[in-house]
Design a protein around this ligand. Structure first.
Ligand SMILES: Cc1cc2nc3c(=O)[nH]c(=O)nc-3n(C[C@H](O)[C@H](O)[C@H](O)COP(=O)(O)O)c2cc1C
Length: 348
């Protein structure tokens, strides 16, 4: 079940999500990571970084809040260890990069330029956990555009550049459009939502960093809405969709909304085999629906429904009014068969 993202073929549409499976080493203990569509690595920065103070994880009723703060080994160690390992395993590496300035991103893109192991670059412009919220490039179309342009300029044409968007904006399509105009070949939708938990025992914020990124099943409807909106606005732009995917049917929902592939993130912490299970469940769900090609399902929910055959009914006025028989038209002209919800929807 191959999928094509910006001219590059991937063997299937299920990837890991950045930050939830490092570079895949740990997952490889549970299953062969080369069976995945791609391994999206933790966002890498120019220099090693220890991240934010602990505690930096908090549970919520249907997901979690994290404020890791882009902890990582820096690009040099990443190239020598993580990327080298992914290449040796034959996995398709989608390298996520993050920076504090446009120049940081340009430098990272240049460092990756020589590596044939890079199948795709995901530009994380949307991490909510950097210390200065002013640095969330994805919250401003112009800032997002500047970063994407710098990365695209420094990346070989054959390597797709995807920009990872934040849902924490008024109009995600404005940022999506700015990224595409700046040269993004595709969009990753979505990163975490900025959230907060207060511990009622200590009566203080649960995270040392006060706010964090909300992920997991709680954000799935938001993510599906974002994928839907971006696909509706830019139907030719490939989308890597993510946000609370736990099952194959969840993944199918993203494809129907317009994603061409999906990333599985938070679920992996509780079930390391989740990406492969999601893939198997998705394949079964598509087969059950008689869908042979993945491209047939991408964005399908946007298409107009098949016209339904109208039910046969008596022409209005043929029966005596008020006898309760089928065909009675209630005052206001609504057919008797229509429910309150239909009537409400029609009037609002
Ligand atoms: C612990 C943790 C760390 C994350 N780190 C990154 C990161 O480094 N770069 C990034 O682009 N997204 C990062 N994310 C966001 C995920 O890649 C994903 O977009 C988000 O969690 C929504 O998907 P999910 O609900 O399946 O986890 C992180 C998420 C979590 C939970």
């Amino acid at each position: 079940m191959t999928t094509r993202l910006a001219g590059v073929d991937f063997p299937n549409p299920v990837f890991t999500a950045s930050g939830c499976a490092a570079a895949g080493w740990e997952l490889d203990q549970f299953f062969d990571v080369t069976l995945l569509g791609g391994v999206v690595t933790k966002s890498i920065m120019k220099v090693p970084r220890s991240g934010r103070a602990t505690p930096r994880m908090a549970e919520t009723p249907s997901g979690m809040l994290n404020s890791i703060g882009l902890q990582g080994p820096g690009i040099d160690a990443f190239l020598d260890n993580d990327l080298a390992w992914l290449a040796s395993r034959g996995a398709r590496a989608v390298v996520s990069i993050a920076g504090g300035s446009v120049e940081d991103y340009a430098v990272l893109a240049r460092r990756l330029r020589g590596s044939p192991a890079v199948s795709m670059i995901e530009v994380n412009i949307s991490c909510p956990n950097v210390e200065d919220r002013g640095q969330v490039f994805a919250c401003d179309p112009q800032a997002a555009s500047a970063v994407v342009e710098a990365v695209r300029w420094n990346t070989p044409e054959a390597t797709p550049v995807f920009a990872k968007l934040s849902p924490d904006v008024t109009d995600i399509t404005a940022v999506a459009r700015a990224c595409v105009e700046a040269g993004a070949d595709g969009l990753s939708v979505i990163n975490t939502l900025l959230g907060m938990v207060i511990d009622t025992t200590t009566m203080r914020p649960a995270l040392a960093g006060v706010t964090g990124g909300l992920s997991g099943p709680a954000i799935r409807p938001v993510a599906v809405r974002c994928v839907w909106q971006v696909h509706a606005a830019l139907p030719d732009v490939p989308i890597l969709g993510m946000g609370g995917i736990r099952t194959g049917l969840d993944a199918l929902e993203f494809l129907l909304a317009g994603a061409s592939a999906v990333s599985v993130g938070t679920t992996v912490f509780g079930d390391p085999t989740a990406p492969l299970r999601v893939l198997a469940e998705l394949e079964r769900a598509l087969a059950d629906r008689g869908i042979a090609r993945l491209s047939d399902v991408v964005g399908l929910a946007h298409r107009a429904p098949e016209p339904s055959v109208p039910e046969a009914h008596d022409p209005p006025g043929d029966d005596p009014p008020g006898d309760g028989a089928p065909g009675d038209d209630p005052p206001g002209g609504l057919p008797a068969s229509r429910g309150f919800a239909d009537a409400y929807e029609e009037q609002t």
